[in-house]
Write a protein that binds this ligand. Structure first.
Ligand SMILES: C[S@@+](CC[C@H](N)C(=O)[O-])C[C@H]1O[C@@H](n2cnc3c(N)ncnc32)[C@H](O)[C@@H]1O
Length: 283
């Protein structure tokens, strides 16, 4: 018999903390992703973007003819290289612009056909199983319904039901968005919410019949900001930091100036290694 204390952990599945920490609900609409699609595709299909995707895919074995369902496939960041490796890929996403970008790029690269299904993940109705179900950098958004309510359990159950052999999930931020020096400047010493979320996702997967292996990897993550104010706004919001004094913000910006790169178009880039979590379920 499961103890009542364990039952209470299930409240988390419906909590906003089950989603991406620090984001509001804007990212849970197709309109948001439609407007981001072109820029997102440009970055995904750049030589660096493709190299990062290939490096990630190389962590796993892929069989020719293997069927893959890529949930929240975006512009085909992984779906296209997988199709080029001989997998039979179905990509699903609720943004028609993302799927358009996928089709355009697949055509450009002469990739084998990728079936595209436009749907909100929780409303999708796939009737067949796939050898592999992927959800890469998508779990924090696909687990919501159109009223922005979280349904983590239901979302994971769907991955499980539709996978024949394995599930691969990538959580792009398994740790704080702030590096050690930023945390010191802001006096932020609590265990980051992103880490706690990883533990809860693991629990939720076990609670839905899976026993995943969990791997924490380090990958470069690149932010692009218009200016230092935007950098502060994004990094503070993503980390749940409120009420920063002017002096602290100034110290924070002085630190950013040492590590940020100025681009030709005057935007700012901040690249650092972030910890990412890979959950793999083998059936
Ligand atoms: C961060 S992008 C990841 C794209 C791709 N997997 C990658 O790693 O490059 C998130 C994607 O999730 C899609 N998305 C967000 N919420 C969704 C939902 N509820 N159902 C289906 N797709 C969703 C967005 O349209 C977007 O393409």
């Amino acid at each position: 018999m499961r103890s009542k204390d364990f039952e209470e952990l299930r409240d988390f599945y419906k909590h906003r903390l089950a989603l991406n920490y620090g984001d509001d609900s804007t990212k849970e609409t197709p309109e948001y992703w439609d407007s981001a699609a072109e820029r997102f595709a440009k970055s995904s299909h750049s030589p660096e973007g493709r190299a990062r995707a290939e490096e990630f895919l190389n962590l796993f074995k892929w069989e020719k003819g293997e069927t893959v369902l890529d949930v929240a496939c975006g512009p085909g960041t992984y779906a296209i290289p997988l199709a080029l490796r001989g997998c039979k890929v179905v990509g699903t996403d609720f943004s028609s612009e993302m799927l358009n970008q996928l089709k355009l790029q697949a055509e450009k690269e002469n990739a084998p056909e990728i079936e595209c299904v436009k749907s909100r993940w929780l409303d999708s109705n796939f009737q067949i199983q796939f050898d592999t179900v992927l959800c890469l950098s998508g779990l924090g958004v696909v687990a919501t319904d159109s009223d922005h309510k979280a349904h983590l359990g239901e979302c994971l159950e769907k991955f499980y039901k539709l996978s024949r052999k394995r599930i691969i999930l990538l959580i792009p931020h398994a740790d704080s968005h702030l590096d050690d020096e930023m945390r010191r400047i802001l006096g932020e010493y609590d265990i980051p919410m992103e880490r706690l979320r990883i533990a809860m996702i693991y629990y939720a997967m076990v609670d839905h019949g899976m026993l995943p292996s969990l791997q924490i990897i380090q990958r470069p993550f690149k932010w692009t900001f218009e200016n230092f104010d935007e950098a502060c706004e994004v990094l503070f919001r993503k980390s749940g930091i409120k009420d920063v004094t002017d002096t602290t913000k100034e110290r924070f910006i002085n630190y950013l100036k040492k590590i940020i790169q100025k681009n030709k178009d005057h935007s700012l880039s901040l690249t650092y290694n972030t910890k990412q979590a890979i959950f793999t379920v083998i059936k």
